[in-house]
Ligand binder design. Structure first.
Ligand SMILES: [Zn+2]
Length: 201
């Protein structure tokens, strides 16, 4: 887990600009001093929504930051990059092979944690170290549950003011819910440490 903190001057911007496809997969537009940073590039076909939102905000898109390389988070990258000549793409060096680690982005201006799939909020705050049975998408795709749990602890340690996940609504003051989710995941991993022994979908 890499946590990229960015500090871009005094202009603390309130308000999270979220684009949610089918209510499931999120992308975020984060205002910075020089324009917008897009966090994740969504399902294929999302680029038009992202471009339209940027136009509505009246700000240019300067960079695209990917939390990880799953198709539901980068499916529109090519289309978006093609529409934005010269846009900077930020991704973990470890993303090239299949399911490498996640990046999370912590906005030090307002305490927003853009957690990718490390935490989901679709049905309450959960970590991807366990697979919530009603919402297996993020948990199914994770590659190392112990590592995911360590990542979740690291992120909770940032004491974020706001949790903006790759899946689910934005959660304000998520500290206690994150702590509970980590404890629940740890208990579940103790009972079933081998992912192969976990239910599959
Ligand atoms: Zn995801």
């Amino acid at each position: 887990m890499t946590v990229a903190a960015h500090q871009t001057g005094r202009s603390a911007e309130t308000g999270i600009h979220r684009i949610s496809r089918f209510g499931l997969v999120n992308e975020y537009l984060v205002p910075e001093d020089d324009g917008l940073t897009v966090i994740d590039a969504g399902l294929p076909g999302t680029s038009r929504l992202i471009l339209a939102r940027a136009r509505a905000l009246g700000m240019p898109i300067r960079r695209i930051a990917l939390t990880h390389a799953h198709r539901d988070h980068q499916g529109s990258l090519d289309a978006l990059a093609a529409a934005l000549p010269g846009v900077q793409v930020i991704a973990s060096e470890r993303e090239a092979p299949l399911l490498a680690g996640h990046i999370a982005f912590f906005d030090t201006r307002d305490g927003t944690l853009y957690a990718g799939d490390a935490f989901t909020t679709t049905l309450g705050v959960a970590t991807s170290a366990v697979v919530p049975w009603r919402y297996p998408m993020a948990g199914m795709a994770t590659w190392n549950r112990d590592l995911d749990l360590a990542s979740a602890r690291l992120l909770a340690g940032l004491d974020p003011a706001r949790l903006a996940s790759g899946h689910g609504p934005v959660v304000e003051a998520p500290g206690r819910a994150m702590t509970r989710a980590i404890a629940a995941a740890a208990r579940k991993l103790e009972r079933s440490p081998n992912p192969a022994a976990s239910p599959r979908w």
